[in-house]
Design a protein around this ligand. Structure first.
Ligand code: PGA
Length: 256
């Protein structure tokens, strides 16, 4: 359901539950892939991790298995991963994507991309530039899926990230590390750094869908939908994107 209020600077769709909201997003993504498959074209997706997109991946897998949607012509680029972290570590985003999406669909292994969390520090600049180039060479991202952190981050673009930032190494915000720490047993074990697409990288996507669920996201959602554009909350830059929308459940929308 689309709701538009006068003080809103980003279109918002509100659904009763995350499951129903995610099904609507999955339908939109699947429709584009289906159309491009019929036209003999590739589809390029920008993908997110975390608890938010889990229902979306589940539904896309269902559509693949039950309705025969093929991902053979789909190319994916993940937003980010911790740095450094082994790909076998269950907390790495590489592992997350394999478990929750990639191994269940027929995407070609070479078409799944994620920043390499094992690269040596001295290669980071060159490898991040290559990541940007690979996105460009693939034709650019058709649909970018995003979650949002309580800091207002998209990807790991923490407060202070500029509009023109690109794929790079960033230091994680204390709030982000606090939110992640239960997965790593202690704050001390929680990664301090990540590799993330930049704000400019994300803003180049042709279409952007940010999803958010639950009361804990309601405050930051209200801030970035109604407040001014600021590098204190990188999601606020989406106000100036021509084709971005927020897909929310009744709890995350509650302060709008
Ligand atoms: P979450 O994380 O989906 O686990 O809430 C979102 C984010 O930090 O971007």
């Amino acid at each position: 359901m689309l709701i538009l209020m006068s003080n809103q600077k980003i279109p918002v769709e509100k659904y009763s539950t995350p499951e129903i909201a995610s099904k609507s997003v999955a339908k939109e993504v699947a429709a584009l892939i289906q159309k491009n498959n019929s036209d003999g074209k590739n589809t390029v997706l920008g993908l997110a991790t975390g608890s938010t997109p889990l229902h979306l991946y589940k539904e896309l897998i269902r559509i693949h298995k039950e309705d025969g949607l093929s991902f053979k012509n789909t190319i994916t680029f993940n937003l980010d991963d911790y740095y450094p972290i082994s790909q076998d570590d269950p907390e790495s985003y590489y592992y997350f994507m394999q478990q929750h999406f990639i191994k269940h669909i027929d995407i070609l292994p070479e078409n799944f991309h994620i920043p390499d969390s094992n690269m040596p520090r001295e290669s980071i600049e060159i490898e991040c530039a290559k990541y940007e180039q690979t996105i460009k060479d693939s034709g650019g991202i058709d649909i970018q899926i995003l979650g949002i952190g309580r800091t207002g981050h998209i990807g790991f673009n923490e407060p202070g990230s500029s509009r023109d930032s690109r794929t790079r190494l960033v230091e994680l915000d204390k709030i982000t590390r606090d939110d992640a720490c239960s997965n790593f047993n202690s704050l001390e074990n929680t990664p301090k750094y990540s590799l993330t697409m930049g704000v400019a990288t994300i803003m180049e996507a042709k279409k952007i869908i940010l999803m958010a669920w639950g009361k804990s996201k309601s405050e930051i959602i209200a801030k970035v939908v109604k407040g001014s554009i600021t590098n204190e909350a990188s999601a606020s830059f989406l106000q100036s994107h021509p084709n971005a929308k927020f897909v929310l459940d009744k709890d995350s929308v509650s302060r709008l």
